[in-house]
Design a protein around this ligand. Structure first.
Ligand code: NAD
Length: 387
């Protein structure tokens, strides 16, 4: 649809939903000045040309506003990027505890950025105003950290999710898509893990993510808030932070091998993970946001590749791609870690039309290429600083 058609369609309604349009867009139509306040994203005042007109969020032509929580993190920043690239209006929320500003830098002038803590009930409620769809990625996503300090992750992961659901309910948000976790299955289920299985969470983190799912289901049943939970299985890819003791294994191993450092496998390395490349997760989220309510509302789906790999095999593949020569070093198993994760993804295929298009090896190649670029850029800036 051309700009003229789009504009005509918009003006057919008495009011239109407007958040983000470039100024030139309006100039084409005789407007010389457009004031579009990001602080009040649903109200824009266009002056001159056709006169002053107020645009407000009513009418059939409404454009969706998306709220992404945890937007400065690994998965949140990928979702933000996908929405911005698609031309959607994005409000990004993060407290930058693990998220990084540079993850959003390329799209910073195209989004509304809220520095808000999910534990701040009032700020979260305000962030939900005027929003149609929420992608809830914000959390402290670490098993070992939750074992060490369960209270902090409890408040971020459970209270934070509760605040968001309350905000969404009062603001009449249409749908919340939630980053759930495969850790909810624990160890006790036969493989592959299916959504119909009883959960068996082990770590405080696993319990917290499961509580989020239960809350979502309740808000669908009690208040009609459409909710979809996606149980992520070990997501990996560019922008995943490699630099904390709690980082995901792929990010950590790839960046250590490129730096010539020895990674440690916790346990015997025969534990397996259904590693899933980030682009598949973005696809699942966008499909979960768009799928008909009668197929998805109130439900939970595995989000994975259905292709588990052991840590030993992952180590071998990463070593090959990075040119790292040393064999693995083994350390004690980590408390709260599960032995195997392997998803049945047929429910997501059927209800969402989800298909993991990027397989494990291709995902590894893209990931290593990105960490290599970071590594080269890092070495270059260190060399410049030393010179
Ligand atoms: N990465 C995985 O393999 C994986 C697997 C299962 C589930 N998940 C879930 O996916 C989501 C995203 O994970 P990720 O890997 O991108 O992690 P991440 O740490 O990169 O992103 C989490 C983001 O949430 C923000 N955040 C944390 N506490 C907050 C708070 N109180 N208020 C506002 N923002 C806060 C952080 O600053 C960060 O930007 C999390 O909910 C996590 O539990 C991830």
């Amino acid at each position: 649809m051309g700009k003229m058609d789009e504009m005509n369609k918009m003006w057919r309604a008495e009011f239109a939903y407007l958040h983000w349009y470039d100024e030139f867009w309006f100039k084409d139509f005789g407007y010389s000045k457009v004031e579009c306040s990001l602080a009040h994203p649903l109200i824009a005042v266009a002056t001159e040309g056709w006169g002053t007109r107020m645009l407000s969020p009513v009418g059939e032509n409404r454009m969706a506003v998306y709220l992404v929580t945890g937007a400065a993190g690994f998965i949140g920043s990928w979702l933000t990027e996908a929405l911005v690239e698609r031309g959607d209006t994005v409000r990004a929320l993060d407290n930058f505890s693990t998220g990084k500003r540079e993850n959003l830098a390329p799209w910073r002038d195209k989004i509304e950025m809220l520095e808000v803590d999910l534990r701040d009930e009032q700020a979260v409620a305000k962030a939900c105003e005027g929003v149609e769809i929420i992608f809830h990625e914000g959390a402290i996503p670490s098993v070992p950290l939750s074992v060490k300090d369960p209270r902090t992750s409890h408040t971020a992961n459970i209270d934070g999710t509760f605040n968001l659901l309350e905000g969404a309910r009062h603001a009449k948000v249409k749908r919340v898509v939630y980053a759930a976790s495969s850790s909810a299955y624990g160890n006790k289920n036969p493989l592959p893990q299916r959504e119909s299985m009883l959960p068996g969470p082990l770590s405080p983190y696993a319990v917290q993510k499961l509580v989020g799912e239960l809350y979502l289901h309740s808000y669908w049943k009690m208040y009609g808030l459409e909710t979809v939970a996606l149980r992520y299985f070990n997501i990996f890819g560019p922008r995943q932070a490699p630099d904390s003791p709690y980082s995901g294994v792929m990010a950590k191993f790839a960046s250590m091998m490129l730096a010539g450092e020895q990674p440690t496998i916790h346990g015997d390395g025969e534990q397996s993970r259904d590693f899933t490349y980030i682009e598949n997760v973005v696809q699942a989220n966008l499909k979960a946001a768009a799928a008909p309510a009668d197929k998805v509302a109130g439900r939970m789906f595995n989000c994975a590749c259905g292709e588990p790999k052991t840590l030993n095999e992952t180590y071998r593949q990463l070593a090959k791609l990075t040119g790292y020569k040393n064999p693995p070093q083994y350390g004690p198993p980590r408390e709260g870690d599960i032995k195997h994760s392997y998803a049945d993804i047929s429910a997501a295929r059927e209800a969402l039309g989800y298909e993991p298009n990027v397989d494990f090896l291709e995902g590894l190649r893209r990931t290593v290429a990105w960490y290599r670029e970071q590594h080269v850029a890092g070495s270059r800036s260190t060399a410049v600083a030393r010179a």
